[in-house]
Design a protein around this ligand. Structure first.
Ligand code: SAM
Length: 249
């Protein structure tokens, strides 16, 4: 009898084929309140983490950028302004609800012409080899079933010399901070999720998925193994979040 392959969905073990639909349910459920919750949960600090990501991306006019797992489009918005009329930003996400919120929001902010939307899975990017100057994935990689496959897919569609930036929750470097962060994540987050979005389960998944995500050094090793070079990372907020960068040789 063959054994079923399993993977993590937060702290739960689920069949590999089941994870994507479980993750999809989370993001269908949180899409409408996603931006509000982001600001509430991080006290607005996610804006600073994203600002640093935008700086390190060093996007220039005329470039072609992929913001995968782009969700409601914070990074895409900034990149669309930077690439200008001769460049292109593709906001891609696997989830239709998140993509719809993102599209409405960026259209309302007057971004059009140099921004395209694609419903796509980070593991199987539907773009030709060597297409993008820069790829970002912000708070998305931990939700992907096969992260190594996704990293290889991103490498394939980057141009040689192009850069990947992975912004993701990581491991706090100080034990005291880690303890406070644990209390916050497992007590306060689901409570806020319940009160504001009537959805404690999704926010419990959020906390658990953060703990299951590879730490700084492990993710760096995965990027090296996928074929990226000059990989490095920067801790932010004491390692609560890390920004990894790698280059396609
Ligand atoms: C926490 S949100 C991040 C959104 C946005 N990047 C931000 O930083 O605000 C995670 C996003 O990852 C998307 N996602 C999950 N699995 C994915 C996959 N396999 N491929 C592409 N996007 C995925 C979800 O639909 C969701 O929109």
């Amino acid at each position: 009898m063959s054994e079923k392959r399993t993977t993590d969905f937060g702290y739960e073990q689920v069949a590999v084929e089941e994870k994507a639909s479980r993750v999809a349910n989370v993001f269908h459920s949180v899409a409408a309140r996603y931006d509000l919750m982001n600001d509430l949960m991080s006290g607005g600090v996610h804006r600073l983490w994203k600002r640093f990501t935008i700086e390190l991306a060093a996007v220039r006019p005329g470039q072609t950028i992929l913001d995968i797992a782009g969700g409601t489009g914070d990074l895409s918005y900034a990149f669309a302004k930077k690439v200008g009329p001769d460049g292109l930003v593709v906001l891609a996400d696997i989830n239709e609800s998140m993509l719809n919120v993102g599209r409405d929001r960026l259209t309302d902010r007057g971004i059009a012409g140099n921004l395209q939307y694609a419903q796509a899975d980070a593991q199987y990017l539907p773009f030709p080899d060597n297409t993008f100057d820069c790829i970002t994935i912000a708070f998305g990689l931990r939700n992907v079933t096969d992260k190594d496959l996704a990293l290889r897919s991103m490498l394939r569609v980057l141009k040689p010399g192009g850069r990947l930036l992975v912004l993701e929750f990581s491991k706090p470097q100080n034990p005291l901070l880690e303890k406070a962060y644990d209390t916050y994540s497992f007590k306060l987050l689901p409570f806020m999720g319940k009160v504001v979005a009537n959805d404690a389960d999704s926010y419990r998944y959020l906390a658990e998925s953060i703990r299951m995500h590879p730490d700084q050094e492990t993710l760096k090793g995965m990027m090296d193994a996928a074929g990226f070079v000059n990989t490095e990372y920067h801790n932010m907020t004491g390692g609560v979040v890390a920004l990894h960068k790698g280059i396609k040789p």
